[in-house]
Design a protein around this ligand. Structure first.
Ligand code: URA
Length: 434
């Protein structure tokens, strides 16, 4: 088999056979196929797409490039969640403990942040002492003892994805529905969960800009999961403004804890986390209707069991659980700068991507993989779409390093103000399988 023939076939819009796909994925992972040939095929796939059969074969080849986790020692259906990523998205830290507290084991592997979106592993790392890189034995122990486990993806899960994703990252080939499907689903299938809820983000700052594309991606992942015997549901959610009030690692831990305490319950972040958790409870067999699942979610907040599960998870994995009740024990910023409205108006939209980049520049995120984070810095977003503001109102608080230059105009430029009142559109745009 020659890699040249695979590239040529795809360049002309043809389909690759499962054997050809296995040949490519193996060769990319073991280095026998040069990066320039893989990059060339990736670009051809971006332009020509893949059939459902090719996407399935690619997912399987990537899954089988590494280890598959066996979670069968932990009783019950194991339910995972994946979000395609957004600024301020901390739903994992909220719904994981809720689902676990309601009796459903929740195994989750997460990533570190790169660019304008943060990563769950970095956020958890803001909890002093917490081990965010669990061994397989530690992961299984956490899942058995607290029903919640979250860790950085280990190198032996779908290593071909790591290789191909790094190439996609530098060749502008990330935004392809079959490639995203295979990348996400290979890791999820190797991770060993029985069921998965997907949060597919849609909007100007997400991978999928239109509802049609978001639906196609969601359906593609649902098809692959179903074909491999995984229960799978998808919510398509709006992504433009940041999710919740916090951007930045320690700040996002604080906001997650506040929600687990029952605060901000009517807000978009809480509503989205509660709905995703409810879908997970249904798939895990803890509820048979959405109403029953939502009642269980609420009960876990009100009786404190969800927050207690988070405390137990943190303590078991070496973290300072008292920091969840005493935020002064979390990493702190060197200075806090208030950003005030410079004019009257209504907030028509908030550019989450630009705020994500500003947070990254403060030190909350990485421009380059080797950047070292400052876990205490970030942004508190008080502005909300639809809100009427008067000159002098507090719109942002910037948590910066001591002596770091903060230019309020940069933050104000992320808001579009109008003279007429505006309404925020609903966060839930569509669902599949719910
Ligand atoms: N996240 C992934 O893990 N892979 C992609 O291709 C895109 C987002």
């Amino acid at each position: 088999m020659r890699m040249y023939d695979l590239i040529y076939t795809k360049k002309l819009g043809g389909a690759l056979s499962p054997d050809q796909i296995v040949f490519w994925v193996k060769g990319a992972a073991d280095g026998s196929i040069p990066d320039e040939q893989s990059a060339s095929l990736l670009m051809a796939i971006c332009w020509r797409g893949m059939t459902t059969e090719e996407t399935l074969a690619l997912t399987l080849a990537m899954r089988d490039s590494g280890k598959r986790l066996d979670l069968s020692a932990v009783p019950g259906l194991k339910v995972d969640k994946h979000s395609t990523g957004g600024v301020g998205d901390k739903t994992t830290m909220i719904l994981g403990p809720i689902v676990a507290a309601c009796g459903v084991p929740c195994p989750m592997f997460s990533g570190r942040g790169l660019g304008h979106t943060g990563g769950t592993v970095d956020k958890f790392e803001a909890i002093p002492g917490l081990n965010v890189e669990l061994s397989e034995a530690e992961f299984l122990r956490s899942l058995s003892e607290t029903r919640f486990a979250n860790s950085a993806q280990t190198a032996d899960i779908a290593p071909a994805d790591k290789k191909l994703y790094a190439l996609r990252d530098i060749t502008a080939t990330v935004e392809s529905i079959p490639l995203i499907t295979a990348s996400i689903m290979s890791k999820k299938l190797a991770g060993g969960a029985d069921a998965l809820v997907l949060d597919v983000k849609c909007g100007p700052t997400a991978f999928m800009k239109t509802l049609e594309d978001a639906r196609t991606l969601a359906q593609s992942m649902v098809n692959v999961g179903t074909a491999h015997g995984m229960q799978i549901r998808a919510l398509i959610t709006r992504m433009d403004a940041p999710l919740g009030w916090a951007i930045g690692n320690a700040l996002e831990i604080m906001e997650s804890v506040e929600i687990l305490r029952g605060e901000h319950a009517a807000g978009e972040l809480a509503q989205m986390s509660f709905r995703l958790a409810a879908e997970m409870l249904i798939m895990g067999g803890a509820a048979s209707t959405l109403a029953e699942a939502q009642a269980k979610v609420q009960a876990s907040i009100q009786d404190g069991s969800a927050l207690e599960t988070l405390r137990r998870f943190v303590a078991l994995n070496g973290g300072d659980a008292t920091s969840l009740d005493d935020f002064s024990r979390l990493p702190q910023a060197g200075q806090v700068v208030d950003v005030l409205a410079s004019q009257d108006g209504y907030i028509a939209d908030i550019d989450g991507r630009s705020l994500g980049i500003l947070a990254m520049d403060l030190g909350a995120g990485r421009r380059d993989r080797s950047d070292v984070l400052d876990l205490g810095v970030g942004i508190r977003v008080l502005a909300q779409v639809g809100q009427k503001v008067a000159k002098g109102d507090l719109l942002f608080q910037v948590f910066a390093k001591a002596n770091q230059l903060v230019l309020p105009d940069l933050y104000l430029s992320t808001l579009r103000l109008t003279m007429n009142s505006t309404v925020q559109s609903p966060w839930l745009l569509a669902s599949i399988g719910c």
